[in-house]
Design a protein around this ligand. Sequence first.
Ligand code: ZN
Length: 274
Amino acid sequence: MRTDGLSINLATVRQQWNLVEAVEACARHGIKAVDPWRDQVAAVGLDVAVRAIKDNGMQVSGYCRGGMFPAADAAGRQAAIDDNKRAIDEAAALGAQCLVLVVGGLPAGSRDIGAARRMVADGLAAVLPHARASKMPLAIEPLHPMYAGDRACVNTLKQALDLAETLGDDVGVAIDTYHVWWDPELEAQIARAGRARRIFGYHICDWLVPTKDLLLDRGMMGDGVIDFQRVRGWIEQAGYTGLTEVEIFSAANWWTKPGDEVLRTVIERYNATL
Ligand code: ZN
C-alpha cells in the first residue's frame, strides 16, 4: 500500500486524538503529511504542535483555516483581517505549504451576497502583503453552494480562480472534491488552474447519497458517487504534483471509529483512487 503523496487533514481524526497523538498515529501508519486546524493547534499550543510535526518528519500540506472576511461593520472586518494575519503567522511557524481560506458567507442580517463577495476580495487584498512577507501562499477553497449563506460565498472553481487572478501571484486554490465534484466546468477549470500554477491543495472525500448532514456527513472515498480516478487524472494533467489530502468530517460514522481503523481505511481507499 502506498502512503507517498498522502496527507491527512487532522479534522478526519479530531474526535479520536489531539494533534500530537494524531501526528504520531500518522507516522506509525507511514503517512508523511498532515493538515492541522487552528483549534487543534491551540489545544496543545503552537510550540508543542511545531515540535510534534518536526519530530515526526511531517510535511504540512496546508493549515485550516483563514478566511471568514465578511462582517456587518468595519470593526468586524478589521478583526477578521487581524485574525487572518495571526493564522498566516501560525501557518508559517508550522511550515505549512499554504493557508486554506474558507472565505465566509453573508454577515448577520444581510441579504446582499454581492456585497459579501466584495468584502471577501477586500479582505484578501488586505492580508496579502502580510502573506507575501511571510512567504505563505493563500489557497481559496471554493465551497459547495449550499454553504453560500454561512460559510463561503465563493462557490465554484471558476469564481475562485477569477478572484485569485485579480489578486496576483501567491493566491491560488484548494480543490476539494466534496465541494466541486458536481461542477460541469470542473475539468476545464482544473486545466486553467494548472496553467496558471494556482493549484495549492487537493482535498478528497466522497459525496454520499443521501448526504444526511451538510457539514458532518462526508464520505470515505469509494462510498459515494465521486469518480476519483477521473478527477485525479485532470489534476495530474494540470501538472499538480503536490499532496493529496484526505479530509472527512463524519460525526455519525468515521468519527465514532478507532483512529487506527480510520487511517488504515484511508490508506486503502487512497490507493484505490490512484
Ligand atoms: Zn477541504
